[in-house]
Design a protein around this ligand. Structure first.
Ligand code: PSU
Ligand code: MN
Length: 302
């Protein structure tokens, strides 16, 4: 095992004995939700994974160490420090580790560290994608290309409408990254169950997804894939309301000239404020829903 990795005893033991393990990211804690809801959510997500028979492994960088599994105190630290912690994607890892610094890992960085530790299943809320206006800004999340390289399956609720969902799907198709929509023929759009975009593939059980994953590995095909799990009906938002908030957030962002890695955290925060916290509640519910599905898939893969 790589000498920069620190696994908790619980995660190490689970991996050694073939127990299912589900990775979780830390950018969603520090840059995706406000304190203290972020910490409460991080703890609840871990509990849901345990209730569904798997071991949670929240991933972050602390003092230059790649942490796989965090203590309650470490979760609190990431939640409380929030955006003061460096957001770490693929490009940032070598520098943060070399300097012995802390970092909150995005989907891309979490996939990399999960894979180094031997974890194949990862649950989150939403992944990064192709931003609206990318035809001129070229703002495409490093999360997407990570699926070409790293053999980790990510269970999310689709992509947020802060992105251009059509361009995101085209990009994924070009890169050969499969998106399996869970029990639906339509791509879910994070806060809502429907995007108007046809699902590239549909899957109807954790066992079916596990079988496709095992087959991919048997075939020697590199990279990961995306499972898009729609938010439960009772927690989904009114599409008009959420889309109006997103449009307003993007307009204000453009006025402020925000770009690069600040874009996604700015939009997540702004949309939560504009919806008076309702979108945050939906966000929490969908993450818990994804964690439960991820634990069941992890139990079925080899
Ligand atoms: N989308 C969400 N919630 C999140 C993120 C994205 O709905 O918390 C976070 C994830 O950590 C994701 C990152 O990996 O934002 C993407 O950032 P960027 O667009 O800068 O690649
Ligand atoms: Mn970006």
């Amino acid at each position: 095992m790589n000498r920069y990795l620190d696994l908790t005893d619980e995660v190490k033991n689970a991996l050694e004995t073939g127990k299912p393990v589900v990775a979780l990211e830390s950018t969603i804690i520090s840059h995706g939700m406000p304190y203290p809801k972020n910490v409460e959510t991080a703890v609840s997500v871990e509990n849901v994974i345990r209730e569904n028979g798997a071991v949670p492994a929240t991933i972050a960088i602390i003092g230059g160490r790649l942490k796989v599994g965090l203590t309650p105190d470490q979760l609190e630290y990431f939640g409380k420090k929030g955006t003061a912690i460096t957001k770490v994607s693929r490009r940032d890892i070598p520098m943060i580790v070399a300097k012995g610094q802390d970092g909150a890992t995005t989907v891309a960085a979490t996939m990399m560290i999960a894979s180094m530790a031997g974890i194949q299943v990862f649950a989150t809320g939403g992944i990064g994608g192709v931003h609206r206006g990318a035809e001129t800004t070229m703002d495409i999340s490093a999360d997407l290309d990570e699926f070409v390289k790293t053999p980790v399956m990510v269970i999310c609720a689709g992509a947020k409408a802060i992105l251009d969902l059509n361009l995101t799907m085209e990009y994924l198709e070009t890169k050969g990254i499969p998106v399996y929509c869970y029990k639906t023929d339509e791509l879910p759009a994070f806060y809502t169950r429907k995007s108007g975009i046809k699902a590239p593939f549909r899957a109807d059980s954790p066992e079916e997804l596990a079988k496709i994953w095992n087959t991919k590995n048997d075939l020697g095909i590199q990279g990961g894939f995306i499972v898009a799990n729609p938010i439960p009906e009772e927690f989904s938002m009114d599409p008009k309301r959420i889309n109006a908030a997103i449009d307003q957030a993007i307009a204000e962002m453009n006025k402020l000239g925000i770009h690069g890695k600040e874009t996604t955290p700015y939009l997540l925060d702004k949309v939560q404020k504009l919806t008076g916290g309702d979108s945050l509640e939906s966000n929490i519910r969908l993450v818990l829903n994804n964690a439960a599905l991820a634990a069941k898939i992890a139990a079925s893969i080899r």
